[in-house]
Design a protein around this ligand. Sequence first.
Ligand SMILES: Nc1nc2c(ncn2[C@@H]2O[C@H](COP(=O)(O)OP(=O)(O)OP(=O)(O)O)[C@@H](O)[C@H]2O)c(=O)[nH]1
Ligand SMILES: [Mg+2]
Length: 613
Amino acid sequence: MSQLRKVALVGNPNAGKSALFNALTGARQKIANYPGVTVERKAGRLLLPSGQPIELVDLPGSYGLDSTSPDEEVTRKVIMGEFPGEQAPDALIVVLDASNLEQHLVFALEVIELGKPTVVALNMVDLAERDGLVIDPAALASELGVPVISTVAVRRRGLSELAEAIAQAGAREPEKRHPHGFLPERRLTAHAIADGAILSETARHRLHAKLDRVLLHPWIGPLILFALLFVVFQAVFAGAAPFADGLDAGVAALGDLVRGALPPSLIRDLLTDGIISGVGSVVVFLPQIIILFFFILAMEASGYMARAAFLMDRMMASVGLSGRSFIPLLSSFACAIPGIMATRSIADPKDRLTTILVAPLMTCSARLPVYAVVIAAVIPQRAVLGPVGLQGLVLFALYALGVVSAMVVALVLRSTVTKGAASGFIMELPKYQMPRLKDLMIGLWQRAWIFLRRAGTIIFMVTVVLWLLLNFPRAGQGESQVDASFAGKIANGLAVVVEPIGFNRDIALSLIPAMAAREVAVSSLATTYAVDAGDDDSTQAALGEQIAARWTLPTALAFLAWFVFAPQCMSTIAVTRRETNGWKWPVFMLLYLFGLAYIFAGITYWSALALGL
Ligand SMILES: Nc1nc2c(ncn2[C@@H]2O[C@H](COP(=O)(O)OP(=O)(O)OP(=O)(O)O)[C@@H](O)[C@H]2O)c(=O)[nH]1
Ligand SMILES: [Mg+2]
């Protein structure tokens, strides 16, 4: 088999490598406006102008070939041909941020010194122009001894020229003009080259500097961050309500339609009580998910996220972590899995391990349906202060509880099992950019798709299995179907364990399937209540109404507290095993999180009872 020619994209973090990779190959790799987004190698295929295909590899950003963190290690190994099972790339594309030329040239020089066929993509020339920088690519090319192509990855500018240059890079003999140097020399050279290539520069950084003075202000900054997050959670409830109600009505109508169209049978029950009630109860949270991600993606693209990391650095340092951990923890708001993967950009192994262990405490989007359904059922929808709603406030409090717990646990871990000094934090602050609507839409679409795919696969399957377990063996006359079923028997056994923390049998029943994914707790409850109600129309009510009628407030609050901590996600455990190379830490994670969940649910339940709620 003939191997494809291989070309790798290298450069400093946040230079736009993944954006170029996506533009050249049509892939949809995650890009975001902060350093350390890509942590793995990713390959795709690019057709050269001649029609010949090559393999293009996107790599994690790096500051030098003396790698310090696991993600930089990947870059070094791939470039040097030491990556297991992979031959060295035939050519390299060094991606430079034109608006940050001098700094990015330092690593570029080190890569060019390797003497491989190399092309430089002078990316983000639009940002450079915006800042009043005019750069001469020809001067840069003659200084570096390799072709330099100006590009704007996100507007697909310069792509065909770049492809042409890649096609020719392999044909030329590499020019070994640059002797091997050391870092200080490279810095001097980078300075001189940048000076020579920058034709004119006007000070238009002022607006951004002003913005940073406010947003990074020691106390105004955190206040703004806090206010912003507050708005996000209010919006999740208030903004989603009309859409969620519409979806709710749609699911109910679909159930009625099927119930009316089919004669009474087990198949009809499976469709209505199992699939439509179960999967439908999760799908209705799509609007909330979209609103949450709209804010997260806009904050990522604008460059604000990196500022938030900067702001949090001091707080993180006080618990023995660094601002470096902030981005992985923040990604965990979406899902702990990419969050844990993102820890690869943390150089210090103990810092990294601590971050992995606390990542599941950040409230992932799978918890949103669980929180939202219970809050909507038991917390009254009223304003507390002006437009501030109580429901949004409780949601915010649950997220805050997750963050505070993560900090406390990190502090405890850092002085016990992962003892060590906190490492320093250096992160470049990316340029502010206006988020582009199209990118936001694509990002939201991807998120919505992930959510719906989960509903259609894992949640669907677990729901069907649960429905079967709930319906067999069949109940006798006058006996409750749930009590008679296999699932009911298992739940009754488990109920003994969770009774002290205020959980009822239905909750016990939802906890085991929810190990597959947290949202399953919602679909399981919906299916259980639908089976329990049988064909009696008077008890066929939406899940929220069922919870409001059947649960006491202390039980509902204990359930919420449980979900702040409980490690109910198999995939997180699996990815922790992979990232820590063994079972020791995932088992530790499971035990400490279940322990905390049990204790906090219990405290919540008994305090609520004592308060007479
Ligand atoms: N204006 C402008 N923005 C760009 C350009 N190329 C990339 N970006 C933006 O710059 C940010 C960083 O892009 P990425 O492709 O994630 O950068 P990367 O080099 O892959 O970063 P790491 O994976 O962290 O190493 C994103 O917000 C992109 O939308 C460009 O040419 N012009
Ligand atoms: Mg990238």
